[in-house]
Design a binder for this molecule. Sequence first.
Ligand code: FAD
Length: 401
Amino acid sequence: MTASAHTDPLHVVIVGGGVAGMETLIALRSLAGSRVQITLVEPAPEFTVRAETVGEPFGMGSAQRHPVDRIANDFGADLVADRLESVAHNLRRVTLAGGEGVDYDALVLALGARQEPVWPHTINFGGHGAVEAMEQLVADVKRGLTGSVAFVVPEGVSWPLPLYELALMTARHVRAGESETELVVFTPERHPLEAFGRNVSSHMTAELERAGVRLARSAVVDVTPSGDISLPFEETPMRFERVVALPRLVGPAPRGVTHDADGFIQIDSYGAVHGMQHVYAAGDGTNYPLKQGGVATQQADAVAESIAKVAGSGVAPRPFSAVLRAQLFTGDGKHFLRGDLSEHATETSEASETPLWWPAGKVAGHYLGPYLAAHAEPGAAVAPARRVRSATWIEEGPFGE
Ligand SMILES: Cc1cc2nc3c(=O)[nH]c(=O)nc-3n(C[C@H](O)[C@H](O)[C@H](O)COP(=O)(O)OP(=O)(O)OC[C@H]3O[C@@H](n4cnc5c(N)ncnc54)[C@H](O)[C@@H]3O)c2cc1C
C-alpha cells in the first residue's frame, strides 16, 4: 500500500519500552499524529534511566524511574505487558510469550541487549546487585579498608564511560577521606573515550590525572578469580583488592529476525531490518557498533521518520548519522561531552562544564530528553543540571541544528 493510499491509521507495534522504544513512541506521535495507531509491548512496569544508576552508590540520588503505563498513556499508545516471542514477517504478526498474536503494519524492535558479566567474581556494573556492591566498596574505601581498586573495561565493550565515572567518583571519596587507596583504570582503548575524538580524550586524561586515577591504555587484560590482573606481555600479574568491570553486551536474537552471529539485529542507516519489509530496529539490540543511549535515540528518530512517511505525514526521512552526547559525572560536577561521528565531520569533539545541549540530561534524545526533564522529581540529584527552561530540544555550540 502506498503512503497516500492510507486512510486508516497505520498500526505500529513497538516492542521494547527502553530508551529507543520510548524515543520512537514520542517521535512517532509527534511526527505522524493520528495517522498512526501505536501498540507498545514491554514487560517491565517501569522505565529506568539506567545511565543515571552510576550516581546511586555515591549518594547522588536515585536514577529516574517512570511508570511505563503513564508514558504509553501520555502518547496515546496501547500497552501490552508481555514479551516478544517471535516475528512472522510474511504474516506481519508478532507472537508474544503469553501466546497472543499481534498484527502490525510496521514493527519496531527496540529490545536492547543482554548484559553478560565477563568475570563473574568482579563487580559487574550494570548487572543485578551492582549498585549495592559498589556502595559497599565506596564505604570500605572511605574507611580505609580497601587498598586498591582496578576499574576494567573488557575488550569488546563499546561504551566505557560508566567505568570512568565510577573511578572518578570513587577518587573523590578517597580524597575526602584519610585513605590512600590506589585506583587504576585498565582500558583496551588507545585513548580514554576515544570514540568521541581527540579533545574529549585529552579532557578525560586530564580529569583522571587531576583525580589521582592511574590509566593503563591499550590494555587488554584478564582478571583471575583472586583479583590478579594479567596483561599479555607482563609476566607478573598485578594484584588488586577489588575489581570493578563492565559487562559485555549480547544481541537479543529474536526468532524470525535477521541478526548477526552475536545476535544483533542487522539494520541499514534508516533503521530498516535487512531483508524484512516493514520491520525496523533501533538501540543496543542492533548491529551498530556503539551501544549508547543517545545513539539509540538518534536511530529511533530515523525509524520514526521513515514510518511517519509511510503513514503519509509528508516527513522526509533522514539517514541516521551519530553525534555522541554524554554527561560525565566526575564526583565534583557534571561535564558535557560531544563528538560528531558523521563522515563529513573534521574536528569532531568537545568537552565543556556548561551544557552543550538542552535539556542536559544523561540520555540525550530530541523527544525523550524534554519529556524526562519535564517529569524529573524535584530535588533528584540526577535531574537536569539547570531548571527546565524549555520543553523543546536545543542544540548549543558549533553542532547546532
Ligand atoms: C551503567 C550504565 C551507564 C550508562 N551510561 C550511559 C550514559 O551516560 N549515556 C548514554 O547515552 N547511555 C548510557 N548507557 C547506555 C544506555 O543505557 C543504553 O544504550 C540504552 O539504554 C539502550 O537503549 P535500548 O532501548 O536499546 O535498550 P534498553 O534501554 O535496555 O531497553 C530495552 C527494553 O526492551 C525490553 N525488552 C527486552 N526484551 C524484550 C522482549 N523479548 N519483549 C519485549 N520487550 C523486551 C526491556 O524490558 C527494556 O525495557 C549506560 C548503560 C549502563 C548499563
